[in-house]
Design a protein around this ligand. Structure first.
Ligand SMILES: [Zn+2]
Length: 266
């Protein structure tokens, strides 16, 4: 459920699944060659950066906010209308590249790509697609560390729209509330099905688990390869990127953190 509850100047603040998201109406390049980069709901300032700075930002894989920057009209169009729009635009991209769309092999590609964006790899942009989280009490598990390692992770770099793939390792110390193991995979998968930055993905998963499990004692490590690093730019296909987020006992007690890292083999 999302709710629009405040609007001032051109900034809207929406509440989506309990998260505050500040949205700024998007402007194309103005006379100064500047683009408006949308802000976030975490109190970070909105700011303008030049096109060159924006390109550098993508190369550095830095990002502006923990919330995925979304437009206020993100969910006004139906999935079917989005697919039709993207299909037409992707056809233009292919034609601009000089590809012959009357060829039987290419004919269906614009529709395939559009459907894949909306229904599969960016399915997690829409809060309506968030997995239902049923938690249950299990006092027997109180104080125990639960680790789920080697969760398959597939997401998409928001700077290059190329795949990021690897593994997520998640742990929590139950305060009596537990969730089904497959739900952890589903939370990882939901936030991964968006254009992402690995650091943001890591924090989004940790924050969601804290909320669902009603505890700060949550840890996550993501170890992933970026196709945009492997196949372009520096063209390094052997390195991987490791990000982590530790809350509660994992943050404050080195022994707890070490136990988690030893279990996942780091
Ligand atoms: Zn990238």
């Amino acid at each position: 459920m999302f709710m629009l509850f405040k609007m001032q100047q051109n900034v809207k603040i929406m509440k989506i699944d309990g998260n505050l998201i500040a949205l700024r109406s998007f402007k194309t390049a103005n006379g100064n060659g500047k683009h408006v980069i949308s802000g976030n709901g975490n109190g970070h300032p909105h700011h303008q950066i030049s096109a060159i700075e924006a390109e550098q930002m993508g190369d550095d894989h830095s990002f502006t906010s923990i919330e995925t920057p979304m437009r206020p009209d993100a969910f006004l169009l139906s999935d079917e209308n989005k697919i039709a729009n993207i299909e037409a635009h992707f056809e233009q991209i292919m034609q601009t590249l000089g590809l012959d769309l009357t060829d039987d092999s290419l004919r269906g590609t614009p529709h395939r790509v559009a459907k894949m964006f909306v229904k599969e790899i960016f399915h997690g942009l829409n809060p309506m697609n968030k997995p239902k989280m049923s938690v249950f009490d299990n006092k027997f598990r109180y104080g125990q560390m639960l680790v789920e390692k080697d969760i398959t992770l597939k997401t998409t770099c928001e700077h290059h729209f190329l795949p990021i793939f690897g593994r997520a390792h998640v742990a929590y110390i139950s305060n009596g509330t537990v969730i089904g193991l497959s739900k952890i995979n589903r939370i990882v998968d939901y936030f991964a099905r968006r254009p992402q930055v690995q650091e943001r993905l890591t924090v989004q998963i940790a924050e969601e688990l804290k909320k669902v499990l009603k505890t700060d004692d949550v840890a996550i490590v993501i170890d992933a390869k970026h196709l945009c690093v492997a196949s372009r730019g520096i063209q390094d296909d052997s390195s991987s990127t490791i990000t982590s987020e530790y809350g509660g006992a994992f943050k404050n007690d080195p022994k707890v953190r070490e136990e988690f890292l030893r279990i996942i083999g780091y």
